[in-house]
Ligand binder design. Structure first.
Ligand SMILES: [Zn+2]
Length: 413
């Protein structure tokens, strides 16, 4: 064996096991002893888990915190960013993406979906920079790039041609933001355009949906209906979905039923939405928290995203999906043992289904992508967010404890 890991517990069963890795694959998982490999690692009872996946992020504006967002609202953040984004250049985006990758890898995250702004002003400039950044971290950190028309399409029809061009130029997934349009009718038009592009290129769809605490917005329902009509089940994701926290139960039940039927993936970006939503002058106010517990109970696939780190949208974040899971468990009150297990699975197995990552998990014969978390159970992992002691990608050790950044020679600082 190239690497053997002794005295670990498996993430799902919590059974003690020894794991052997050969030729980039998990060759053996045994409850009995296995002979030490060329590299032999004592897990000391830590949990072996497949790596984390951040299902929703924005690489090009990570760590851009030079202009404070004084109102703390999404609207002010979008205004600040509109100013700054014209000045961003490729070397800077590459540098900050490398920083994101290093921090994410140190926390055991190896995959990410990143939305990149496409509009009629910036055109494809940011996409080109993010594609260069993706190339810079390739082989260690996998990025799926989503073409994201943040300024709307029905309202800015001149942006539509750049969405088509983005797909020609290397974007992987078609994004959208129906609530950036003026009303639900225009939201339907945007969804129509997004499906037209996605179908032409046979691509998945991943939209920012109802990112507001205003219950007027229920474009999630339109997205679910369109997904069913187009036979696109399993290929469409909806991030944020904050307005559902403000809907009455009748509307919520109706839409969640359609979401399940459409097999939509829901991506909760709970920390940023807890921070941004519900900024009103007087109490009582709505908090814009999606109904994750109802979605889980309905059998909907729920994943999680960090969305932003240290910028005009969100001044915090440490690119640790266990921290994001902790926020989700609190805000959405995921509390029974099965709900906590579901929360732990959101940035792992559920996210793998969202990003359609093949061969994800810890089983004999699968690619050796695994991490060691110094935790005894899902609750323990989410509670303490303990150190990731080992990060292995395709049989290669990227990190052995945060004090030993073995990948620092691979991805330069
Ligand atoms: Zn976002």
């Amino acid at each position: 064996m190239d690497i053997t890991i002794h005295n670990a517990i498996l993430d799902k069963t919590l059974n003690p096991v020894n794991i052997g890795i050969r030729g980039g694959k998990i060759a053996v998982i045994s409850e009995g002893e296995i002979p030490p490999g060329a590299r032999s690692i004592d897990a000391g009872g830590a949990m072996a888990s497949p790596p984390f996946i951040d299902s929703h992020f924005h690489l090009e504006n990570a760590y851009l915190d030079q202009v404070p967002n004084l109102s703390g609202t999404l609207d002010e953040a979008i205004d600040i960013y509109a100013e700054i984004k014209q000045k961003l250049d490729t070397p800077d985006i590459v540098r900050r993406t490398i920083r994101v990758a290093r921090e994410a890898i140190a926390n055991g995250t190896l995959w990410m979906r990143s939305h990149v702004d496409i509009d009629h002003i910036g055109k494809l400039r940011l996409l080109e920079s993010v594609l260069a950044a993706r190339e810079a971290v390739k082989g260690y950190f996998d990025v799926q790039v989503i073409a994201f028309p943040q300024m709307g399409l029905a309202r800015n029809p001149e942006a539509i041609e750049y969405m088509w061009a983005a797909l020609e130029s290397g974007a992987d997934v078609v994004g959208g933001m129906p609530h950036s349009e003026k009303d639900m009718d225009d939201a339907a038009k945007q969804i129509e355009i997004v499906f037209e592009i996605a179908k032409k290129y046979n691509r998945d769809i991943d939209m920012h949906v109802d990112e507001t605490d205003d219950p007027y917005w229920h474009s999630l329902e339109l997205l679910a209906e369109k997904t069913i009509d187009e036979g696109y089940q399993g290929r469409v994701s909806a991030g944020h979905c904050c307005a559902m926290g403000s809907w009455d139960d009748t509307l919520a039940e109706r839409v969640i039923e359609k979401v399940k039927k459409a097999d939509l993936n829901i991506i909760g970006n709970i920390p940023i939405n807890l921070y941004l939503e519900g900024r009103h002058d007087s109490h009582p106010f709505r908090r814009g928290i999606p109904r994750l517990r109802d979605l889980v109970e309905a059998g909907v696939n729920v994943a999680l995203g960090q969305d932003d780190v240290r910028n005009m949208f969100y001044p915090f974040g440490k690119l640790d999906m266990l921290e994001v899971a902790n926020f989700a468990a609190h805000a959405a009150q995921l509390s029974t043992p099965s709900q906590i297990q579901a929360t732990f699975d959101m940035p792992r197995y559920n996210a793998a289904r969202t990003l359609r990552i093949q061969d994800y998990g810890i089983r004999e014969g699968l690619p050796a992508n695994l991490i060691l978390i110094d935790a005894q159970s899902p609750t323990d992992a989410i509670r303490r967010q303990p150190e990731r002691r080992l990060v292995i990608r395709q049989g290669e050790i990227l990190l052995e404890s945060k004090r030993q950044l073995t990948y620092s020679s691979i991805i330069p600082a």
